[in-house]
Design a binder for this molecule. Sequence first.
Ligand code: PLP
Length: 280
Amino acid sequence: MLVYLNNGLVPEDDAKVSVFDHGFLYGDGIYETLRVYNGKAFMINEHLNRLNRSASLIGLTIPKTDEEIKKALFLTLDANGFKEAYVRITVSRGAGPIGLDPALCKEPTFVIIANEFKSYPEKYYSEGVAIMIPEVRRNHRAALNPQIKSQNFLNNILAKIEAKNAGAYEAVMLNTDRFLAEGTISNIFFIKDGVLCTPAVECGILDGITRSLVIELALKADVKVREGFYRSEELNTASEIFLTNSTMEIMPVNRVNDSAFSPGAITSKLHEAYKQVVSE
Ligand code: PLP
């Protein structure tokens, strides 16, 4: 596999960054993940806008324009012969002496990794996946703004460890006020009395690109949408629950801690509408 590192493609074994990179030392960097369907990068402009937003929120200058990033991305896909791919774009602060000051790093490190997309098992969609509510809370948004899609992922990793220990696929964290926030790599939706509910961005979540599209598709399909502050107990009486992100798209949930759920009609209708947008 070939990886794009800084200014060109290198074999994956040579794709190395310095141990002095502040991304490695301090998690000082940002990233995006996106899907490529049939050679087309889905919602690439939205992902680049978010990458630029993350960069500006941490005072990082991305060493490439959007057009240059797109070029590098397609070069990486072509060189690897990938048409269905998962792509991660990472920009870290770069290498510099030990110390927190970003000014110690002269050049950001820019990486694009593309992998052939391996579909999730079909039964994740037909039967759903289990989620749990971990003990660890989502970082408070005043401490680490979730709108920064940062390399600093320890909060989510701690939640993921709890999910694994509980035999669940995803951990959906509460915020520090005990309102539902988001999964470790996903946003959560549930349906109650026919209304599609999802935690508001003000709950301290990443405003997922898939989340925004799902809201748009629901409104188009005349499904009422409510973004709000919800307790996890609300899930107990939900008729359907699902997760979203750029790679899983819309994935039904069949268990929350010990309560069982079934994939439902609104979830599958929205997923069909999502696939329609992808195919267009
Ligand atoms: N929330 C978190 C914490 C994430 O890491 C992600 C995706 O990686 C999402 C939500 C979903 O975002 P998107 O739909 O833009 O992929």
